[in-house]
Each structure stands twice: as C-alpha cells, then as structure tokens.
Design a protein around this ligand. Structure first.
Ligand SMILES: [Zn+2]
Ligand SMILES: [Zn+2]
Length: 577
C-alpha cells in the first residue's frame, strides 16, 4: 500500500431533475467502479460528490411548483442521494452545495481571488422580467430566430438552425417563464480575469500526459482560442451570496461554486469521520494526493480549465487533477436523451424494469461510451444479461463450484499435478488478468470488463475440452488440479468484476469459502490460486436470464404511467417515502 491519497470526484448532478442512464454512466457509476478498483488494490480513497442545488433552473422549477427553492432542493437532494444508494455508488461523502462548509469555503475562496486582483467589476445591460422580478439567464429568454425565423429560439442558441445567439438578437423577445416582454436593465457583475491565468492552465494541460485524448484536444482548442473574462456573479436570489464589496444581492454563478465542491466535500468528509476539516484542505495541498474526476464530455472545460484556473489563481499550492476521465455521449435507441421529448430512461425507472442493480451496472460499463458515442438498446441489454452475464460468466462459475461441491466433498482442491495444457490455460488466464489490471489502471473500464469476460471464455473452453469429471475417474490428483485451475480462474473473474458488480462478486467470494472479504484479500491475491481445504459455501446461480417479453411489457407499462407520474408535483415522491 502506498501512502498517497486518491480523491475521486464524480460530476455534481444539477438536481432540477434526476439523472438518466447517460448522466449516470459518465459520472457516478464510472467513478464508483474506479474507486472500488483502487480500494481493492488497498489504496486510500476518498470518493466525493454532491447535488448542485443553486441557480435559476431550480429557482424557476420551485416557483412553478409553488415551493421555496430551499425546500425544493432539499427534497431533490434526498431523492437523488437515495437513488445513488440504490445504485450502490460507494460515496464516502455525497453532500450538496447548500452545505455550510461549502458556502463558507466558496466565499473565502472568491474573496482571496478578489484580493489577489483576479476579479474585476463591469456594468452590463441584461434582460429582466418585471413580472417574475428576475434577470433572465440566456436560456430563460425566448424569441424569433433572426436567421431562420424559428420560434421559440433560446437566448443562447436557435434549436432549429443551430445559430449561436445573444439575447439582444432575438426578435420579439419574451420571458420563458411567464411570457412577459423583458426590460433591459443595467446591472453590475464581477468577472474572473481568466486571461491572467491562461498561460498557467496551458502549461498544466500540455504537461499532463495522463489526460485522455478527448480532454486534451478540447482543452487545447479552447485555450488556443483564448480565454475571456467570465462573470462569476449572477442576479439570482437562490445561491451563495457573493462576498465582494458592493456585491450585495448578487450570488456566485453555480458553475464557479459547484466545482469547488470537490474540496469542500473532502473537508466535510474529514469532519464526518471525526477529524478536523482542515485535514481535508491539507490533502488538496499535498503534492502526493491524486485527484481524478469522472465527467461527461460537456463538462470538460469546467474541470480541465476553470477549476485549475481557480486553484492556480488562489496561489495556495493546490494539487491539480491527476487525470480526468470524460465519457462521450450515450444514446438511447439511437436518439439523444431528452426529457422534453420523453426519450430515454431515468435511473429510478430503470430499476423498475430490471430490479437487479448489478445487471444495470454491468450493462452500462459494458457499453460505456469511452472513446466514442455508444448506444443503449433494450435488445442488446437483454443479450448482455442472457448471453454474457448468465451463459458465459455465470455458467462457468457455476460449473466449477458445483463440480467441487459434488466431486470433492465441497473442499477446495490442491493444485499439485498439472500437465502442460493445464499450465497453458492458467498462464493465459493470468496474462488476461494482468491486462484487466492495466486497463483499469488507465481507466479503460469498458475494455477491462470485456477482457474480464475473456477469462470466463477461456474457462468454458478449457472445461469443455478437458472434461475434469472424466479426468477425476482415472487420475484423482490430476482431476483435482484441473478443478483447482478452474477455481483460480473463478477467483480472477471475481476480482476483475468486483468493481463493476460488487454485490454478486462479494457473494461469489463467500461461496468460494473465504473467511476474509474480497477487499481484505485484495487485487494481488488474484495471482495466487485459492488455498486448498477451504469449504465451498452454498452454491446457487449468481445470475439468471431475463425474459424479453416480460421486459417489453414492463417498459410499455412504464411509458404509459410516465405521463401521470411526470405531471405530479414531485414525480419521485415514492422514492423517499
Ligand atoms: Zn434559427
Ligand atoms: Zn417572466
């Protein structure tokens, strides 16, 4: 075990709605798999995230429902936390941007940037709705597109022709919330002078060889175009009050405070385990700490440029991200996930159709959009459960364990006599196991899972050809050893897949007769066979097939029910009740 600490962060979900499968794969689930892999290696891991609860969309959503934004976001935070718990996401601290430690940390942090001359004020004219009494962010002002005549084009972009717009360009602009004609009002904002930090961020991106291609390419192209000052304040009421002199009534723009949540969440974690919050802060200033983020590709600039710029700008010697894993997009049956068009499956709904969360975790990592967009389809998902999980992996494991149970009185075998064909199979599997390790190490989670399935394929082929039940009849020692090789492969599968399907693989670990749990034995134990003489526990199939028609039926019912559910005040009330 090494002495450094790994801080794993997954993107903070914006909780005006709950995450869908595409959101989950890029952030929470991928991060969880990697965090579990590191723990399996005996590393010290602090895995953090939280709900991003401030800002206009939540304020507007709460107003629509006639509740206070605070109350609304507390309920949403509870629901999302509970769903992550059901998805077995092993956060050490899942908090929210309303946490007291976060608010205090953010205010002190921005005041420091202000004192260091990195924040300046500027006056602007922005659209204001006199009826809702708020300044309208770009997405909350609509009008006719000046290029194609489409209505309602948003203040930042026309959905129809794709033109990038400024709210000023819209013809006949309206408030997207109430339809009123907005006024243009003068307002002052505080800007972060990103230009001053550009060179330092560029040096960081260029010198970090661990950053994957997609992160590096996007970051460099943004830096090449040049960084412009960005407003860090908003005229929202619902947010963290801006600490700058004269900025009363302004709040910090959510994007600039949520990214600092990784640090405040680490501090809060320390407090929760009975230590000092400053120990959490010290970890972020310790050069041996490794910070790894898991995000969707739309989040790249905030994690690779904005956060590093903030941390460098503070002059406090923070560590910068060790690496950032950014997924491409997951499509749903060939289309983009979209709430307004009701395309996709949300993480509460998914568990109503297939209850076993390990099945979902396996499917999603198996199709993880790692280097290019990938597609979720029900047909493929069912195939993955039935033919990969059940027939290939589950079947091999079950064959090995039941043979040991029946033929060897349930005692794990002695590997004492191997022929060259047996040694070859064992060595092939060990080589594959080592490849799985390397793939996890470079955060190629999808490839790691595919490689792990190969170990089961090697095992099935081996048993079909070697027929250990026959070998046992004429050479007991050799037959036992063949079963021992099979069991060693089962152990490699258990370790390889534990990060992805932890419940099933922990169960398998107990079946194999270990008294210590899988985390205590650890990843490296996979290079050694299972010790002889352990007692195999109760053996039952780990997975079972799902019925295609049944899945279709459930899906149809869910879609019918959706119109009713989504029209409710809180469509997910049942989650926390
Ligand atoms: Zn247009
Ligand atoms: Zn309005």
């Amino acid at each position: 075990m090494s002495s450094e600490v790994w801080i794993i962060g997954s993107a903070w979900p914006y909780v005006n709605y709950i995450p869908h499968l595409g959101n989950l794969i890029g952030s929470a689930l991928s991060a969880d798999v990697y965090a579990r892999y590191l723990r399996l290696r005996g590393e010290k891991v602090i895995f953090v995230s939280g709900s991003d609860v401030h800002g206009t969309p939540i304020e507007v959503e709460a107003r629509k429902l006639g509740v206070d934004p605070q109350e609304y976001s507390e309920i949403m935070h509870k629901i999302v936390s509970e769903l992550f718990r059901r998805w077995n996401i092993s956060y050490d601290n899942y908090t929210s941007t309303e946490s007291k430690i976060h608010i205090k940390y953010v205010q002190e942090f921005f005041l420091k940037l202000y004192e260091r001359g990195l924040i300046f004020e500027k006056e602007d004219e922005l659209p204001y709705c006199p009826k809702d009494r708020i300044f309208l962010p770009d997405r909350f002002i609509v009008g006719t597109c000046p290029y194609c005549g489409y209505w309602p084009a948003r203040g930042d972009q026309c959905e129809k022709c794709g033109a990038l717009l400024e709210p000023r360009q819209l013809i006949d602009p309206r408030c997207a919330i109430c339809g009123s004609v907005p006024e243009w009002r003068k307002t002052k904002h505080w800007y972060l002078d990103l230009k001053k930090l550009e060179q330092d961020v560029l040096r960081y991106i260029e010198s970090n060889d661990r950053l994957p291609e997609n992160v590096k390419t996007m970051s460099l192209s943004i830096l090449k175009a040049g960084l412009k000052p960005r407003a860090v304040t908003r005229d929202n009421r619902w947010g963290i009050p801006a600490p700058f002199p004269g900025a009363e009534g302004k709040t910090i723009y959510v994007w600039f405070e949520a990214v600092l949540g990784y640090i405040s969440a680490t501090m809060e974690y320390m407090e929760r385990i009975g230590r000092d919050v400053n120990e959490g802060l010290k970890l972020w200033k310790n050069s041996s700490t490794r910070v790894v983020f898991f995000i969707g590709k739309d989040n790249i600039p905030f994690h690779s440029i904005i956060l590093p710029a903030l941390l460098i700008g503070s002059g406090e010697g923070y560590v910068l991200p060790y690496t950032i894993s950014a997924t491409e997009y997951l499509m749903y049956e060939g289309q983009k996930f979209s709430k307004s068009n009701r395309i996709g499956i949300w993480i509460d709904e998914a568990l109503k159709i297939i209850e076993n969360v390990d099945y979902w975790r396996f499917i999603l990592i198996y199709i993880r959009p790692e280097t290019k967009d990938s597609n979720f389809s029900w047909d493929q998902a069912i195939d993955i459960i039935n033919s990969i999980l059940n027939d290939t992996i589950g079947n091999f494991i079950h064959r090995v364990l039941t043979l040991i149970k029946r033929k060897l009185e349930g005692r794990t075998p002695r590997v004492c006599k191997l022929e060259s064909c047996d040694e070859k199979v064992r060595d092939d599997a060990l080589k594959t196991f080592k490849e799985v390790e390397n793939l996890y190490h470079s955060i190629k989670l999808r490839e790691a899972v595919h490689k792990a399935v190969d170990i089961a394929r090697i095992g099935n082929k081996y048993f079909n050809e070697r027929r250990p039940w026959d070998v046992l009849k004429f050479d007991r020692e050799l037959g036992e050893s063949v079963l021992g090789v099979g069991l060693h492969l089962v152990k490699m599968i258990a370790l390889s897949l534990y990060p992805v399907i932890p419940d099933s693989m922990s169960r398998l670990w107990r079946m194999m007769g270990y008294s210590r749990d899988i985390l205590e034995e650890g990843w490296r134990s996979g290079y050694e066979p299972v010790p002889a003489g352990l007692t195999i526990g109760d053996v039952s199939p780990l997975f079972s097939k799902v019925d295609r028609d049944e899945i279709r039926r459930r899906l149809d019912a869910l879609m019918k029910d959706r119109a009713v559910r989504w029209s409710r005040k809180f469509p997910w009330e049942q989650v926390i009740l």
